[in-house]
Ligand binder design. Structure first.
Ligand SMILES: [Fe+2]
Length: 181
């Protein structure tokens, strides 16, 4: 497949990432076999982690005074929610009971998040554009950082996702449904 040129406009770049991951989620839905599913899941998690990194390191800080604070806070929390699911998927295998459900829930979370960012008029991207952020400069920085992170993941493997908003990670693992007495 010919390599498509990375867009230099920040929003075009982020939207292209969204389309790519949507396509991967669709492929996962019709995928058969553990190996194929695991390979697609790894690709999805990689894409999402790179995307979250460039947004959190570059795009979101630039949006700080341009986008409503509540919306930005939600974006960070949504990212962290997705990271929990990503960590779950990376730490389990397609043969396990809840694997497909986790992928479905992750795809729904991402769908919602993408909608919030791309919403016409009042989404994160629209507000950022409206505020006159330098999308070319941001796009260039994100494209460069993207390559760097991808390279890092290729050489050292996927690291544990880093949370930005979540601080309480104490979870007590119990059985899916408690036996009724
Ligand atoms: Fe995002």
């Amino acid at each position: 497949m010919p390599k498509t040129k990375t867009p230099t406009d920040a929003i075009a770049l982020l939207k292209a990432d969204h389309r790519k991951v949507e396509e991967l989620f669709e492929k996962f839905q019709s995928a058969k076999g553990s190996e194929r599913k695991a390979a697609l899941a790894k690709q999805i998690c990689t894409e999402l982690m790179i995307h979250a990194t460039i947004e959190e390191e570059i795009f979101y800080p630039a949006c700080k005074d341009a986008v409503e604070e509540d919306q930005m806070n939600q974006a960070y929390v949504e990212h962290d929610g997705a990271k929990v699911m990503i960590a779950e998927l990376l730490g389990s295998s397609p043969d396990q009971q809840f694997y497909d459900a986790k992928m479905t829930v992750l795809s729904e979370e991402i769908k919602h998040h993408v909608k919030e960012e791309e919403r016409r008029g009042e989404g994160v991207f629209a507000q950022a554009r409206e505020a006159g952020l330098d999308m070319e400069a941001l796009g260039e920085r994100m494209a460069a950082r993207k390559e760097q992170v991808l390279e890092q993941f290729k050489t050292s493997g996927l690291p544990a996702p880093k949370t930005r908003a979540f601080t309480g990670h104490m979870l007590d693992q119990s059985k899916p449904v408690e036996a009724q007495a």
